[in-house]
Ligand binder design. Structure first.
Ligand code: THU
Length: 147
C-alpha cells in the first residue's frame, strides 16, 4: 500500500468511538447525549459531542463539534465518513443543519448512525441521501479543496 493510501474506516470501530466520546456530552437540558466522529481522506479522526447552553439556541451539535475540531487541526482533506451515536436504541440521524455542514466538508461522505444501545444495527447512508439536491460550494463557483 502506498503511503498516501489510507484504508477505509471500520464502521464498527467508528461507532464504538462515537459511543464512547458521547460520555463527554454536555446535555443538561435535553438529557440527550450525542457523540460524533469524522474521518478525513488523510485517515485522521476527529471527535465531537453536543454542548448545550442555558440559552438553548447556542447549542452545538456533536457533528458540528467534530467538524470544528477537524478545521482547527488544519486538516483540509475531505471528510469521508461520519459516525453519530445518540442515547437509546434508535439511530441518531444528523439534524438538517448538520447535514448541510457535513456536505460542506464531505460531499461524498458515508454516514453511520446508531443508538448507543444498538450499535450493531446502524443506519448506513450517504450525505446526498440525507441532503438531496444540496446547495454547496460548487453552486457558488467555489473550490474549497485545501482552503
Ligand atoms: N443533537 C446533536 O448533537 N446532533 C444532531 O444532529 C441532532 C441533535 C443534539 C443537540 C441537543 O443538544 C440534543 O441533541 C437534543 O436536540
Amino acid at each position: 500500500m502506498a503511503a498516501t493510501d489510507v484504508p477505509p474506516p471500520d464502521a464498527t470501530e467508528l461507532l464504538r468511538n462515537a459511543a464512547q466520546v458521547r460520555g463527554h456530552a454536555y446535555a443538561p437540558y435535553s438529557g440527550f447525549h450525542v457523540g460524533a466522529v469524522v474521518v478525513t481522506a488523510d485517515g485522521q479522526v476527529f471527535e465531537g459531542v453536543n454542548v448545550e447552553n442555558a440559552s438553548y439556541r447556542l447549542t452545538s451539535c456533536a457533528e458540528q463539534s467534530a467538524l470544528t475540531a477537524r478545521a482547527t487541526s488544519g486538516d483540509r482533506s475531505p471528510v469521508v465518513a461520519v459516525a453519530v451515536v445518540g442515547d437509546g436504541d434508535r439511530p441518531a440521524t444528523p439534524c438538517g443543519g448538520c447535514r448541510q455542514t457535513i456536505f460542506e466538508f464531505g460531499p461524498d461522505a458515508t454516514v453511520y448512525c446508531a443508538g448507543g444501545d444498538a450499535l450493531d444495527t446502524p443506519l448506513v447512508t450517504h450525505i446526498t441521501e440525507l441532503l438531496p439536491h444540496a446547495f454547496g460550494p460548487d453552486r457558488l463557483g467555489v473550490d474549497t479543496e485545501r482552503r
